[in-house]
Ligand binder design. Structure first.
Ligand code: SF4
Ligand code: MG
Length: 358
């Protein structure tokens, strides 16, 4: 698949009186067109910060301190984009450097290519406006040559896509259930045909069954429309079921990235292994929740070495002073990447290293 988004060496700090918190540290990844990527990790691992940095939605005291976010507008199926010509004018790689866009171009980029569904999105619907008018408002603002009846038809079509009867367009948010409000939010997110949707734990306020339905809905819609999706949830079983690829973050770094099935069947990073075993899954027999003893390191004072070493049952000498890069894990498919010395044959490792973690 064509690359839609490429993140190179991205870092984000939160400035605080007692020192900068290195919330995202040199993250690299690429997202293919229409790919569904799940981001997982404990709270505070940097997953939301990473997603918001990609969309340039961070506010002080958060600052991007380095790296690039490249967006390939030409990746659209029909090769089209609604981006203004001067924004589309790309660099030698054929990419738009999102971090360099002017505020005005950034707005164009966000509306035309990207949709973001925040954690509190369903409560952010305007309570005094019907949901139908809220969708039509977005269309009226950003598709100025769309006629009123076309907007109405499009709104009804969007409601049908997300499984709400179009006569509900006349409802006010409080007249809809939580699940329906969430569907309405998804309809709004899809209204302008974005190429990329970012969802940050969009369903945590809903009960488990509704959460599952909503995430199944959004992932099947994204597949159907070839829309790329980055979704963040603490529910690893949902990630594995619905995402093409999963990235696990720990202490501001991506510590493992692989196909969902590979992460599920044979996680390579000891942290992923611990996470998988601390969540019950819907596949096969339920695994016992074990949790991972200990807590993440202080993100203000990070020395060289593996950030997971204090919690890792396999830690050995090299882990204390060499930072493991995200690289292909031995005995895995080539696109399974892990940041762990256990897979670095150049470092002498102790007995557990030779064992298959899974
Ligand atoms: Fe554990 Fe060392 Fe691997 Fe870090 S690099 S996860 S401490 S074995
Ligand atoms: Mg978060």
């Amino acid at each position: 698949t064509k690359t839609l988004l490429e993140v190179n060496d991205l870092s984000v700090d939160y400035l605080a009186a007692n020192g900068a918190v290195h919330a995202v540290r040199n993250v690299n990844f690429r997202l293919g067109r229409g790919e569904i990527l799940g981001l997982a990790g404990e709270s505070g691992c940097g997953k939301s910060t990473l997603a918001y940095a990609v969309a340039r939605l961070l506010r002080p005291p958060a600052y991007i301190t380095g790296g690039e976010v490249l967006y390939y507008a030409g990746a659209r199926t029909d090769g089209s984009t609604r981006l203004p010509r001067h924004v589309r004018a790309t660099d030698a790689r054929g990419a738009i450097d999102v971090l360099q866009l002017s505020p005005r171009d950034l707005r164009e980029f966000r509306w035309n290519e990207l949709s973001i569904v925040f954690q509190s999105a369903m409560n952010a619907l305007n309570p005094v406006m019907t949901v139908g008018n809220q969708i039509m408002d977005v269309l009226a603002t950003h598709r100025r040559n769309m006629k009123a009846d076309a907007r109405k038809r499009r709104a009804a079509e969007l409601f049908e896509m997300v499984g709400i009867a179009p006569d509900r367009l006349k409802s006010y948010p409080h007249e809809l259930s939580g699940g329906m409000r969430q569907r309405a939010v998804i309809a709004i997110a899809l209204a302008l045909q974005p190429e990329l949707i970012i969802m940050d734990e969009p369903t945590t306020a809903l009960d488990v069954v509704v959460q599952r339905e909503i995430l199944q809905l959004i992932s099947s819609l994204c597949k159907e429309l070839s829309t790329a999706l980055i979704f963040i949830t603490h529910d690893l079983s949902l990630l594995i079921e619905l995402a093409d690829n999963v990235a696990i973050m720990y202490a501001g770094k991506m510590v493992e990235k692989a196909k969902s099935s590979d992460i599920y069947l044979h996680p390579r990073h000891p942290y992923s292994y611990g996470l998988l075993n601390s969540f019950p899954t819907l596949h096969g027999p339920q695994r016992i929740m074990v949790g991972i003893p200990g807590s993440p390191p202080d993100l203000r004072t990070l020395a060289e070495g593996c950030s997971f070493r204090d919690r890792c049952p396999f830690a050995f000498e090299s882990c204390n002073h060499i930072t493991p890069p995200l690289s292909p894990a031995v005995r895995a498919t080539p696109d399974q990447l892990a940041a762990c010395h256990l897979y670095n044959p150049a470092l002498s490792s102790p007995a557990p290293a030779t064992q298959d973690l899974a």
